[in-house]
Design a protein around this ligand. Structure first.
Ligand SMILES: [Zn+2]
Length: 429
C-alpha cells in the first residue's frame, strides 16, 4: 500500500522529467534562457554567445556556409541600461517586477528636488479647445521646471497623453532635464524594450501599487552606456535541396532584452522557442533532403527594431528574387490555442495548403488568419516583395518581455505537432 502510494506520486514526475531531459528543443530553450546567456542582449555579450552556439549546432548538423563563415557581422548603435535602482517611500523596488526604466534613459543619480504631480484629468479637459490645450502646456511646463515629475496611475491607452509625454522632454533644453526624473505609475503591465537612441531624461515606469499622493523619492540610480557601433552577427546556414533554383528561408531571431543589474530577461518564449524550432528543422532536414534548398537564418537584434533582418535584406547573401517562400518563427513555446500567421490572408494559396495539412493530420486546434504586420523579421523581406509568413503560437502562460518568461513556464505541448506540420508544408510547397 505504502509503495503503491509512492509510485502514484513519483510516476508523473518521472514521465515529466524524462520528457524534458531528452527533448532537444527543451534543452536548447533551457540553455538559452539560463544565466550564462544573460538574456541574449548587449550585456555580457549574451547575444553574441547565442550566435556562437547556433553556429556550433549548424556545424554539428553539417549545414553549409554561404561564403567562408556562418556569420554575417555588422555594427549598430544601442543605449545599454546596465543598472537601475529606485527607492520610493522607504522601499527598494525590484527591477522588472516593480519597475522598469525607459530604454532610452540617460545615466542619472539621485538629486533631491520638489515633486510636480501631473494631472491627467486636467490634461483630458484641456483637449476640448485648442486654446485651453496651449494654456495647459504653458502652465504645465512652467510648474514642472527643476522638479521631478510624477504621473499618477492611469492607463496609458489615452493616446494623446502618450504622445504629449513622449515629446515632453524635448520642450526643455537637455541641461534643464539634468538631475531630474519622471516617474510614471501605471496600471498597465510592465513591458521591457530596447532603444537605439538616448534621451535627455530618465524615465521610470512603476507599478501603480507603489503610488501614494505624498510620495517620497528616496533614491534612484541609472547606469547606462551608449555604444555607437556595437558588433553583432546574424547566423546563416544552408541545406541543399533537390531543386537548387528556388530557396525556402527559415528564420527566427535569437536575441532578447538582456540583463539590467542582476535582473535577467530570459526570453524563453520570445524567442528561445523559435530558435529551438529553427534548430529542430535544421536537424531534421540535414538528414532528409528537402525539395528546395533551405537557408536557415538566426537574426540578431530583432528586439532593438528588426535590426538584423533589415541589415540582411540590405546586404543579402542570397538572391532575394530566388526566394520561393520565407517562414519566420517567433514565440513558438505554446500552441494550445493553435497558431496565428501574419500574412496568411495575403498568401492564401500557401495558407490553404498549411490549413489542409493541419486538418488532415489533426495537429493544431486552429490556424488563425491575419493580414500584414511589421512586427517581426519577415517584414523587411515582405517589404521587398518576398512572399512570407510569420507564425506565432497562441495559448500558454502569455509572459512577454518580462522577467517571468522562463523555460519552466513553457510546456511545449504542441511543439512536435508544429514541427510535423511545417516539415510537411516545406516538403509540399
Ligand atoms: Zn520576438
Amino acid at each position: 500500500m505504502k509503495y503503491r502510494f509512492l509510485l502514484f506520486f513519483l510516476l508523473p514526475f518521472f514521465v515529466f522529467a524524462q520528457k524534458k531531459d531528452d527533448d532537444y528543443a527543451y534543452s536548447v530553450i533551457e540553455k538559452l534562457s539560463s544565466e550564462a546567456f544573460a538574456g541574449r542582449g548587449f550585456v555580457e555579450y549574451g547575444m553574441n554567445k547565442t550566435a556562437d552556439f547556433i553556429a556550433e549546432e549548424f556545424e554539428k548538423f553539417g549545414l553549409k556556409k554561404i561564403g567562408d563563415s556562418y556569420f554575417q557581422e555588422f555594427s549598430m548603435p544601442i543605449n545599454i541600461i546596465e543598472n537601475a535602482q529606485l527607492k520610493l517611500n522607504g522601499k527598494e523596488l525590484k527591477y522588472g517586477e516593480d519597475f522598469l526604466v525607459d530604454p532610452a534613459s540617460k545615466a542619472q543619480s539621485f538629486h533631491s528636488r520638489p515633486i510636480y504631480y501631473f494631472n491627467p484629468n486636467d490634461f483630458a479637459n484641456s483637449l476640448n479647445k485648442e486654446s485651453d490645450f496651449i494654456d495647459f502646456i504653458r502652465t504645465d511646463m512652467l510648474q514642472q521646471k527643476e522638479k521631478h515629475v510624477v504621473f499618477p496611475p492611469h492607463s496609458f491607452e489615452v493616446d494623446s497623453l502618450n504622445q504629449y509625454y513622449k515629446h515632453w522632454p524635448h520642450f526643455y533644453r537637455p541641461e534643464e532635464n539634468k538631475n531630474r526624473a519622471v516617474i510614471y505609475f501605471s496600471s498597465d503591465k510592465l513591458i521591457a524594450s530596447l532603444s537605439q537612441k538616448q534621451d535627455s531624461i530618465t524615465r521610470f515606469f512603476v507599478n501603480e501599487n507603489f503610488y501614494t499622493d505624498s510620495l517620497s523619492i528616496d533614491n534612484y540610480v541609472v547606469e547606462n552606456k551608449f555604444v555607437n557601433d556595437f558588433k553583432v552577427k546574424n547566423v546563416i546556414g544552408m541545406i541543399e535541396g533537390e531543386n537548387t533554383d528556388s530557396l525556402i528561408l527559415i528564420t527566427a531571431h535569437f536575441d532578447h532584452l538582456g540583463k539590467v543589474g542582476n535582473t535577467i530577461f530570459p526570453g524563453a518564449s520570445d524567442n528561445a522557442s523559435g530558435t529551438a524550432f529553427l534548430l529542430e528543422l535544421a536537424k531534421y532536414f540535414s538528414q532528409h533532403k528537402p525539395k528546395y534548398s533551405l537557408v536557415l537564418i538566426g537574426f540578431a537584434a530583432e528586439e532593438a527594431g528588426l535590426v538584423g533582418s533589415k541589415y540582411f535584406v540590405e546586404n543579402s547573401l542570397v538572391d532575394l528574387a530566388k526566394i520561393k517562400f520565407l517562414l519566420n518563427f517567433d514565440i513558438m513555446g505554446a500552441g494550445e490555442e493553435g497558431i496565428q500567421i501574419v500574412n496568411s490572408s495575403v498568401f492564401t494559396k500557401e495558407y490553404e495548403l498549411l490549413n489542409q495539412i493541419n486538418s488532415n493530420k489533426n495537429y493544431l486546434k486552429q490556424i488563425k488568419k491575419r493580414g500584414e504586420a511589421c512586427n517581426s523579421d519577415h517584414c523587411p523581406f515582405y517589404e521587398k516583395g518576398v512572399p512570407s509568413f510569420f507564425t506565432y503560437t497562441l495559448g500558454g502562460p502569455g509572459h512577454y518581455h518580462d522577467v517571468y518568461d522562463t523555460a519552466e513556464s513553457l510546456n511545449l505541448a504542441e511543439f512536435e505537432d508544429l514541427k510535423k506540420l511545417f516539415i510537411e508544408f516545406i516538403d509540399k510547397i
